[in-house]
Ligand binder design. Structure first.
Ligand SMILES: NC(=O)c1ccc[n+]([C@@H]2O[C@H](COP(=O)([O-])OP(=O)(O)OC[C@H]3O[C@@H](n4cnc5c(N)ncnc54)[C@H](OP(=O)(O)O)[C@@H]3O)[C@@H](O)[C@H]2O)c1
Length: 334
């Protein structure tokens, strides 16, 4: 029985999660049941959706219970397999890794990766869940037309950086919202025309108006909060707001979302506000992943990562991402 340091949820966070919400327990190496792979974790992904799972409140997915191992997407090397589909040494990605160095995943849901095709951790970023979310939320829900202005919040993050580059590839006018000037400089280097530093801008409505002189046709709302209201006030007739995420509410998770009510603006612009969940597009993942991989291999899609080191760093990496301290896709390397 080998020691396997494992992060468990010690209590539900109140407001912004803090390190004491998690405990590192010395647990035995998991034993793979029939149909499972024993995997050595190489990379863990920490993602905003995890905040919603650390709550007894009802959500679109089942939440984590107190005392349970923290779950999330990961990449690792197969150690044992009873499945003809996998052999020891294969590198796999799955959404149900635990925050632990040795883990078990179902052979049914694990995906074998080709390390020659792209760095394996891109399967957690630009070629994985965030990249696919960028692809479908922008192209299938926002549906910009050539020349239209697309405003994207959390623009340098895992999802936003891919959305901005897809916008550039497709010929849309992309404008970034991010939390630092360094992030905005990088956003411009990957194809955003202009940028707004939401922490320094002062009046957000005026800042968006200045950066988007022709108005906003599509707003990819990755954060919610005051940015949502400011974007709405700059929306063009028949504009589209895609509600992708609410990470700006990570510290107010259990409180009602109160803000100005600009309903008349929706009436006047005949705009559409639509929620987005990646799962709805599962039937089209293969096609989208193929296109994203082609862009990546052609050098059209750049991937910026922010890497924390070691299993001990997992809660810290998660919390810094929620606070906007990450610069690129937040990962943990083991
Ligand atoms: N619906 C779906 O299927 C789906 C799938 C994937 C992701 N998402 C959502 O997409 C969003 C982005 O996810 P991601 O994985 O790409 O994360 P990310 O952008 O890599 O990291 C989160 C970013 O949110 C920004 N942020 C945090 N607090 C903020 C605040 N108060 N105001 C404005 N911005 C704030 C920070 O960027 P700045 O410092 O630049 O502000 C931070 O870097 C999240 O809301 C996530 O839940 C949804």
């Amino acid at each position: 029985m080998t020691s396997n340091p494992t992060w468990v949820l010690s209590r539900f966070p109140v407001g912004m999660p803090v390190p004491d919400d998690f405990t590192l327990e010395d647990r035995p190496t998991p034993v793979a049941k029939p149909g499972e792979l024993l995997v050595r974790t190489l990379w863990l992904s920490v993602d905003p959706y995890m905040r919603a799972r650390l709550s007894p409140a009802k959500n679109y997915a089942v939440g984590q219970q107190i005392g349970e191992m923290m779950m999330g997407g990961g990449v690792g090397e197969v150690i044992t397999s009873d499945s003809p589909q996998f052999k020891p040494g294969d590198i796999v990605q799955a959404d149900d890794f635990g925050w632990q160095p040795l883990t078990t995943v179902s052979a049914k849901t694990a995906v074998r990766l080709d390390p020659e095709a792209a760095p394996v951790q891109t399967s957690l970023g630009c070629l994985g869940m965030p990249g696919l979310s960028a692809y479908f939320s922008l192209l299938h829900v926002g549906r910009p037309k050539a020349g239209e202005t697309v405003l994207i919040s959390a623009a340098s993050g895992a999802l936003g950086q891919v959305a901005g580059q897809i916008a550039r590839i497709k010929g849309f006018d992309a404008v970034a919202i991010a939390g630092s000037d360094a992030k905005l400089d990088w956003c411009r280097s990957i194809g955003y025309r202009a940028g707004i530093n939401h922490r320094m801008a002062g009046d957000l409505t005026e800042a968006i108006a200045a950066a988007c002189p022709s108005g906003v046709d599509v707003f990819l709302d990755n954060t919610a909060g005051p940015l949502h209201d400011a974007a709405l006030l700059n929306l063009n007739t028949f504009g589209r707001i895609v509600v992708v995420g609410t990470v700006a509410r990570a510290d107010k998770f259990d409180q009602p979302d109160i803000g100005p009510r600009f309903l008349r603006r929706i009436l006047v612009t005949r705009a559409r506000i639509e929620g987005f969940l990646l799962d709805d597009f599962e039937a089209q993942y293969t096609e989208a992943r193929r296109e994203l991989t082609t862009w990546y291999r052609q050098g059209l899609l750049e991937a910026r990562e922010d890497v924390a080191e070691g299993i001990e760093a997992a809660p810290h990496a998660f919390i810094r991402m929620l606070k906007g301290e990450n610069f690129g896709k937040q990962l943990v390397r083991l």
